[in-house]
Design a protein around this ligand. Structure first.
Ligand SMILES: O=C(O)CCC(=O)C1=CC=C[C@@H](O)[C@@H]1C(=O)O
Ligand SMILES: [Mg+2]
Length: 374
């Protein structure tokens, strides 16, 4: 027997341009990683998105070549399981990774394979209690606030979503505030807005935005990455002015979160396994954040179903840990940013089902991802 790692590029069109303050994209490109051993195989998604804190695609592909060679070397001198565990140990030692999207894909494929060989759902490999978690509350990912209509928001609410994520920081603030009022008027009575400025604003604009949102009493659940220069001092001051949570997302990748104790100047962190080097580093960072009373939300990087299944598995593990660790700090489970598969016009396999505002996992061994026949 031997272990074989292969990867195949994919390019999946979006149904409409995905726009943030950082970028505007019409398609999602990446590599589907497959690791075959011991009569089974595991899959991972290498989906670099530099704006979200990953490496550039050229670095992803060169890192995948590295792992292809390394897995071959390991399997030449050990039995399959020993070689798989050795590769997982090398991945763990590589954190913080210089190519987190590639490392995430290889780790995911190995964990998917290990879980399948044991007959466990992948989340059970990450946390024993997580097997119980079958449903994960998710937010609607609506896109840029400028593109919303009352009808679209009503339709999304009718699907069961209660948290609606919007991109801001793209158009002038006065226009975006006007559009936010229109969206808010179309929300169900218990609906909330999750905003993401993707580092668009200077401190003055961010303060102005927060003041206007609070004065208008809009139902803001949180605001991700308000500042172009996200210094701790500026973020602490801004969070003090806010009734709602501010969140770190893409700026997290540039923090020394692995060797130093985790200090977070805002109430929430948004974790993306592709930007953090894998599912286990994401779980470790989540545990450190939760232990410090920081809220945790896991989101996709708009990757294929191979990545969404795996990201949902680690989100379930974090939710399970959270209820054990931190019941009082985290009284309710926050909506996770995993409902992005509908942005893709086609996919590499069936994405997890999203119904009534929840993503549904199953008990199938592994991540749950099954590729479409090619
Ligand atoms: O959080 C969600 O609901 C979906 C994911 C999402 O919004 C993002 C994924 C990847 C890059 C960004 O455009 C954006 C984000 O910054 O959170
Ligand atoms: Mg974000």
């Amino acid at each position: 027997m031997s272990i074989h790692l292969s990867f195949k590029s994919y390019s999946l069109p979006f149904i409409a341009a995905w726009q943030s303050a950082h970028e505007r994209q019409w398609q999602r490109a990446g590599w589907l990683v497959r690791i075959a051993a011991a009569g089974d195989c595991g899959y991972g998604d290498a989906a670099p998105l530099p704006a979200a804190g990953t490496e550039a695609p050229a670095a992803t592909v060169s890192r995948l070549h590295h792992w292809q060679q390394r897995v071959g070397q390991l399997s030449a001198v050990a039995d399959d399981l020993t070689a798989i565990y050795a590769a997982l140990a090398e991945l763990a030692a590589a954190v913080p990774s210089a190519a987190p999207a590639a490392d995430c894909a290889v780790e995911t494929a190995l964990l998917d394979l290990c879980a399948k060989l044991r007959g466990w759902p992948l989340r059970g490999w990450l946390s024993a209690q997580a097997v119980e978690i079958q449903c994960i509350p998710v937010n609607a990912a609506l896109g840029a606030v400028s593109k919303q209509t009352a009808a679209a928001v009503t339709a999304s609410a009718a699907l069961g979503f209660r948290v609606f994520k919007l991109k801001v920081g793209i158009a002038p603030l006065a226009d975006e505030l006007r559009w936010l009022h229109t969206v808010a008027a179309a929300l169900p009575s218990d609906g909330q807005l999750r905003l993401d400025a993707n580092q668009a604003w200077d401190v003055d604009t961010a303060q102005q935005a927060i003041r206007a949102l609070q004065q208008a009493d809009l139902p803001i659940e949180s605001l991700e990455e308000p500042l172009a220069q996200p210094t701790d001092a500026a973020l602490v001051a801004l969070q003090q002015q806010c009734d709602f949570a501010l969140a770190l997302d893409e700026s997290l990748a540039r923090r020394d979160w692995w060797t130093a104790p985790l200090t977070v100047p805002v109430r929430r962190v948004v974790l993306k396994p592709s930007a953090l080097g894998g599912l286990r580093p994401t779980l470790a960072l989540a545990e450190a954040a939760l232990a410090g009373g920081v809220e945790v939300v896991v989101t996709s990087v708009l990757e294929s179903a191979a990545g969404i299944w795996a990201t949902a598995q680690v989100a379930a593990a974090i939710i399970a840990e959270q209820s054990v660790l931190n019941q009082t700090v985290m009284p309710r489970t926050l909506a996770q940013g995993l409902a992005t598969s509908d942005w893709l016009a086609r996919d590499l396999g069936a994405a997890p089902l999203v119904r009534a505002g929840y993503l549904h996992l199953n008990d199938a061994p592994g991540s749950g991802f099954v590729p479409h026949p090619t």
